[in-house]
Write a protein that binds this ligand. Sequence first.
Ligand code: UGA
Ligand code: MN
Length: 256
Amino acid sequence: PVIYAITPTYARPVQKAELTRLSHTFMLVQNLHWIIVEDADDKTPLVANLLRKSDIPHTHLVAPTPQEWKRKEKEPNWKKPRGVLQRNKALEWLRNELSYDVTTDQGVVYFADDDNSYSMEIFDEMRKIKKVGVWPVGLVGGLMVEKPILNKTTHKVAGFNSGWRPERPFPIDMAGFAINLGLLVDHPEAQFSLTVEGGYQESEILRHLVTREELEPLADYCTKVYVWHTRTEAPKLSGEAQLRKKGMRSDQDMEV
Ligand code: UGA
Ligand code: MN
């Protein structure tokens, strides 16, 4: 099956570094189609150039988050969801634009944020998915690893170890599951929402698609970590701010 990796991305100082790292991971993966959706009004040259250089089969889309849904500088980061309209745009493209024959072709959809760290193995794992596959995610939710807990005899998902809002229907991170494309095409109501509570995006899409019992545990019965919810520190750019006050910049005529 083809893996459709959906990546929301937005302009900030580390964007090119993040996307370079991610593209170099994806270059190692066979049969991957990268759907990159910019949180912007128009496609930017930075992203367009990077995609062109990478040689990865891709689709470049845009979907701006309205100003009132953008996180303010000091606002806690669980207050407003990120990547929602961008992921929905990609889902819309998959459902309406991709010429896809559910009976003859197969696909798997994965929401791959631009700042996480991905091991090659995770992509091999997700090709086994029939409906929705799940696996552990490192460095998330205040834990070293968040993971599904399996029933020892049936090997089915019996629960989750999440300590943060464990009452969620699916207390897992976006990086911890992938979905069969046919299932998404058959359930056009399955999407993300700006108005659900913090931490409920994953549950919001999954509730239309599977029950907990149907989840397919991967990564060696959820004993291996192949993806990490890393977050990149925002660089301190005080010198740059000084320069700009004087009408100068260190990156004149350079893309950083
Ligand atoms: C956690 C989850 O891992 C995300 O999948 C989830 O979207 C997010 O929480 C949430 O609460 O909405 P976190 O690391 O806090 O992730 O989120 P980011 O990595 O900052 O953002 C997720 C994705 O959205 C990234 O690919 C990022 O580039 C993109 N994004 C972020 C935008 O497109 N626009 C923004 O204004 C901010
Ligand atoms: Mn992140």
